[in-house]
Design a protein around this ligand. Sequence first.
Ligand SMILES: [Zn+2]
Length: 622
Amino acid sequence: MRAIWGLAAIVLSAGTAVAADSVKLDVDLTDAPRHIIRSKLTFPAHAGPMTLRYPEWLPGEHGPTGPIKNIAGVFIKANGKDIGWARDPKDMYAFRVDVPAGATEIEASLDLLDPAQVEGFSSGASTTAKLAILSWNQVVLYPDGVKGNAIDYEATLTLPAGWTYGTALPVATPRASGIAFKRVSLTTLVDSPVLAGEYMRTVVLDDRPGKKAVIDMAADARADLAVPPELEKAYARLVKEADALFGCRHYGEYHFLLTLSDHVPHFGLEHHESSDDRVYERSYLDPDRTRMMQNLLPHEYVHSWNGKFRRPADLLPDELGKPIDSTLLWVYEGMTQYLGWVLATRSGVRPLQEGLDRLAYAAAQLDTRGGRSWRNLEDTATAAQLLYESSDAWEAWRRGTDFYDEGLLIWLEADVTIRRLTGNKRSLDDFCKRFHGGGTGLPEVKTYTFDDVVSELNAIAPYDWAKFLNDRVKRRDHGAPMGGIEGGGWQLTYTDTPTSLIKSDEEVTDNLDLRYSLGFRLDKNGAIIDVQPESKAWAAGISPGMKLVAVNGRRFTKGVLRDAVKGTKPARATIKLLIEHDDYFREVSLDVDGGERYPTLTRKAGGDDVIGRILAPQAKKP
Ligand SMILES: [Zn+2]
């Protein structure tokens, strides 16, 4: 996969030929604590017009999220002189330059102004007073029209005094003033972020030669680096359980780059040999916060196989400036959500009961998505680039990135179906060994189409898998696909006691989740976050953005509202809500019975506990 840019001089789109050499890239994190990352690039060049591009479409973010608006301080020089530049008026990511006669290289410098907003993904806040996550795509330019595998970069990195770092990018030489990395393709560079900081710690999960897997942690405070010993052991078992599931690895070294900070957005972004994993500070000190991150590392780790090694052909752009077709994200993300859920429980990163609670949470949420009547699951994948950016308001009617959790339900049902068809002789584990196996053990990409998925499923258990999958991803009606839960020996029910997952969610977010009783979620100040279609609240005209001021004549607090809902059991009662609506006030009466309702799973009478078997550890004990 390494390459070859310039073995014979190639002709760029603007007609500029370039010489055989790599791009030199020097990145300086010295000012990262004040939220500026400085970058200098040296390109081989010849006299004439040349266009340099800033990466727009990012692998893993499935959208045009390159933070071009945060770029400043762009200077382009030849022979030490500023030669200026002009932006393409129809393409905000393209910088045109005229290389003067006699110049054999040009030097471009730019500053990334790291935003303060704690939202979005990697283009959200990525620097704090004590740490920085460097996404190379945010600090590079590349010659227009050149594919990521067809151009090499040699990068150096300078850190603030006293900082250390973690990355999967191979190091050439440690230098007194910083780090020099090995020459790699632009694809590998962008796929290999760096986490650096003052407070860092490495947790070794597998130290065998050629099998190294570690967690590189950075936090805003040293105390946050204390992972409970039992959880460290569970993370090491996660690596073993993934070996048992897939039967091979597709990396030389794997680095979880785990950031604990309240000053960055919280998400995971997969890479082939690492993942950019960002969680709340105190995530290992506060059990509610620990519970909220149980899914993250298992999910991102699975992506090294499902998403990176195996990738939908339409999700592999030729270059970072070209759009992708994300229609198969219900495989890329949906199967990853399922396998991450499985491995989290098999490894003990998440207790079995909490694995069941997580499944109930996903199923109930999707079961009440009114938006399914107009939009099928497939469209949530196709339109992912819109939905990642959408707010929580109206999510139940608009739908969100549902291909994650609905993918979990669909792939659970596929697993249960394979087990049923083969008398428990085969499972989705066998599919994974076949579909995600092979390769050289190092990062490479093997693309697939919908038909490939169908034929690989048929090789495990003959069935009309095209119909099975199409029936689920293309249907527009009511209710979530429950076949996996019910075929797995369980059913979705409701109880008046919230699961530990819902309690932790309410603690950490400070919201109140009454979607399955009154029909809405709201924050601690009474602001309505979203309303479920077909709920009592929806019928009464309550909508996101309104504010709940009082409940049954008393000022709103989470406790006052919860007590009012509790009061509708055993006898039906009317709850009076005083709502503030764009500076007007009105009273809404909801006729409610049954008290609080929270989703949970209960065993079906008789039958096999297939889900219990799926979630049981598979790796051999050492
Ligand atoms: Zn993912």
